[in-house]
Write a protein of this length. Structure first.
Length: 104
C-alpha cells in the first residue's frame, strides 16, 4: 500500500470529522499529532476516524488498535508514524490473504 495514499486519506478523514463536528482543524502535516493538535479528538472520536480510514482504504483495523498512540503508553503518534503503522497493517493483510492457484 502506498504511504502517500494512506496519508491523503487519513488527512481527509480527520478534516471531515473536524468539519462535521463544527470544530477547527489546523493544518495537518506529517509532524502533526492528532491527539494533541485536533480539538476534542479523544477516545470517543478516534475509533470513528479509524473505522472511516479503514473503509476508505479497504482494509481491516482491529477494534483494539489505536493508530494514534503507541501501544501500552500515552505517547501520541504523528501523522507520519500513523501512516507507517497503517501501511504495515495493510501489507500484513495482503501477505496473509491466501492465493488460489489457477483461480477462475
Amino acid at each position: 500500500m502506498n504511504a502517500a495514499l494512506v496519508q491523503s486519506k487519513l488527512v481527509e478523514v480527520l478534516q471531515n470529522i473536524q468539519a462535521a463536528s463544527g470544530l477547527q482543524c489546523p493544518k495537518i502535516t506529517g509532524a502533526t499529532k492528532p491527539l494533541e493538535a485536533l480539538p476534542q479528538f479523544d477516545s470517543k472520536i478516534w475509533p470513528v476516524a479509524i473505522g472511516m480510514l479503514a473503509a476508505e482504504l479497504g482494509i481491516a483495523i482491529a477494534d483494539d488498535v489505536n493508530i494514534f498512540s503507541r501501544e501500552k503508553g500515552c505517547v501520541c503518534l504523528t501523522i507520519d508514524e500513523t501512516v507507517a503503522m497503517v501501511v504495515d497493517i495493510a501489507i500484513a493483510q495482503v501477505q496473509a490473504t491466501p492465493k488460489v492457484a489457477n483461480a477462475q
